[in-house]
Design a protein around this ligand. Structure first.
Ligand SMILES: C[S@@+](CC[C@H](N)C(=O)[O-])C[C@H]1O[C@@H](n2cnc3c(N)ncnc32)[C@H](O)[C@@H]1O
Length: 341
C-alpha cells in the first residue's frame, strides 16, 4: 500500500503536558513516604518513550515478543470478530504492534479510523508520520494527547463499532484505584457493539520476569532515571543522577516487578519548586515503577465486576501472556460500583 497524501493530521492537545504529569501535593507526599516513591508518569518523556520503544526489541523483553506473536497470529480473527470502523489505541506509544490490527482492518474493509492517544505528543507524532505515509487515504487518523479518560471522551462518535486497545502492559502499571476508575469510565463510554482488547502479563518464573527488566543495554534503567531528570529540569531539584543504580525485583506479596532507583551515597536533595528538602541514605531505594503480573482467573473475575465479559482469549502455549477481547456485559456488580463511589 502506498501513500496517497502526506499531510499530517494535527494532534488534539487536551491539557498541558506538565500539569497532566505532575500534581505537586501528590509529588511531595510520594517523595516523603516510606519508601520514597516517584509517579511512573514522570518517566514518559520524549526520551523515556523512545527507550520503551527500543526495549520492545531487546531479546530479554519477552512481553513485547509474545504480544507481537499473538497479534501476528490473531489480528485477522480479531478484526473478523469485531468488524471495527475505528480503533482507539489508549497509551499508543510507538503504535508498532497496533499496526498489525490496522493492516488487517484495511485489508478487509479498505478503510479505518485510527485514534492514537498518549500523554507524550512526540511518540504520537513519530508514529502517525509513518502510518500516514504507509496507508494514506485508507486510514483516517485522529491523534490526541491527553489522559486515558480525556481521550476516550474526545474520540469521534461513529455509527459502527470501536475497538479500544490497551496494550504493552500499561494495565499492570496502574494502581487498583486507577484501574477501577478507568474500567468504570471505559465501560460507561462503550456502546453495545464496541470491544476492548486488553494485554496483560501473567505470573511466571521469577528469573524470566526479572531478566526482562534488567536488559543488557540498560534501557529500563535509563527510562527510570528520566523521572529524576524531569525533577532536576522542571523543579530545580539537585538529585545526583550518576549516583543512582537501577534494581528490578519480583515481590510475590504484591505480584509485581518493582523497579527501584538505589542511591550509591548519602544525598541531601533540595527541590525548591516544591519547597522540599529530602535526605536519601546510602543504599536507600526509591520506588520508580511497578508492573503487576496477573493470575488469569483473578483477572477475569475482576473485569467482570465492572461488567466486562471475555469474548475471545489469546495466550501463548506457555501461558506467559494474555490478550483478552472483552465486550460490555449486561450487568455491573453493584457492590463494585458502591465501593468505587
Ligand atoms: C507501557 S507503554 C505501552 C506503549 C504501547 N501501547 C506498546 O504496546 O508498545 C505505556 C504508554 O502509555 C502512555 N501513558 C501512560 N499513562 C498514561 C495516561 N494516564 N494517559 C495517557 N497515556 C498514558 C505512556 O506515555 C506510554 O506511551
Amino acid at each position: 500500500m502506498q501513500a496517497q497524501h502526506e499531510t499530517h493530521p494535527e494532534i488534539a492537545k487536551l491539557s498541558d503536558i506538565r500539569a497532566m504529569l505532575t500534581d505537586d501535593a501528590l509529588l511531595s507526599k510520594l517523595l516523603t513516604s516510606v519508601p520514597k516513591k516517584l509517579p511512573s508518569t514522570l518517566s514518559y518523556t520524549e526520551e523515556g518513550s523512545q527507550y520503551f520503544a527500543e526495549l520492545c526489541h531487546q531479546p530479554e523483553y519477552y512481553p513485547a515478543h509474545v504480544e507481537r506473536r499473538l497479534l501476528k497470529t490473531h489480528s485477522a480473527n480479531i478484526i473478523d470478530y469485531v468488524k471495527p470502523s475505528q480503533i482507539v489505541d489508549l497509551g499508543c506509544g510507538s503504535m508498532e504492534k497496533t499496526q498489525l490490527l490496522i493492516h488487517e482492518a484495511i485489508k478487509k474493509h479498505n478503510h479505518i479510523n485510527f485514534v492514537p492517544c498518549d500523554i507524550d505528543p512526540n511518540i504520537i507524532q513519530t508514529g502517525i508520520s509513518k502510518l500516514n505515509y504507509f496507508y494514506g487515504n485508507e486510514l483516517s487518523i485522529y491523534p490526541v494527547q491527553g489522559l486515558f479518560e480525556e481521550c476516550i471522551s474526545w474520540s469521534p462518535k461513529i455509527d459502527g463499532s470501536t475497538l479500544f486497545t490497551f496494550m504493552g502492559l500499561t494495565y499492570g502499571n496502574m494502581t487498583h484505584e486507577e484501574r477501577d476508575s478507568f474500567l468504570r469510565f471505559l465501560r460507561t463510554s462503550m456502546n453495545g457493539d464496541d470491544y476492548f482488547l486488553l494485554s496483560v502479563d501473567l505470573v511466571k518464573d521469577r528469573a524470566t520476569m526479572e531478566n526482562a527488566y534488567q536488559d543488557t543495554n540498560g534501557l529500563v534503567a535509563k527510562s527510570m532515571l528520566e523521572s529524576l531528570k524531569f525533577l532536576n529540569a522542571f523543579y530545580d531539584a539537585d538529585f545526583l543522577l550518576d549516583q543512582f543504580y537501577h534494581l528490578a525485583q519480583y515481590e510475590p506479596d504484591r505480584r509485581c516487578i518493582v523497579e527501584y532507583l538505589v542511591s550509591r551515597c548519602h544525598q541531601s536533595v533540595e527541590i525548591p519548586k516544591l519547597g522540599l528538602s529530602i535526605e536519601i541514605q546510602e543504599q536507600e531505594r526509591i520506588e520508580a515503577e511497578f508492573s503487576e503480573k496477573f493470575l488469569f482467573e483473578d483477572l477475569i473475575s475482576d473485569l467482570s465486576r465492572w461488567g466486562f465479559c471475555p469474548a475471545q482469549t489469546y495466550t501463548d502455549v506457555d501461558m506467559q501472556y494474555a490478550m483478552i477481547l472483552l465486550h460490555r456485559g449486561r450487568q455491573v456488580d453493584a457492590n463494585a460500583l458502591r465501593s468505587a463511589a
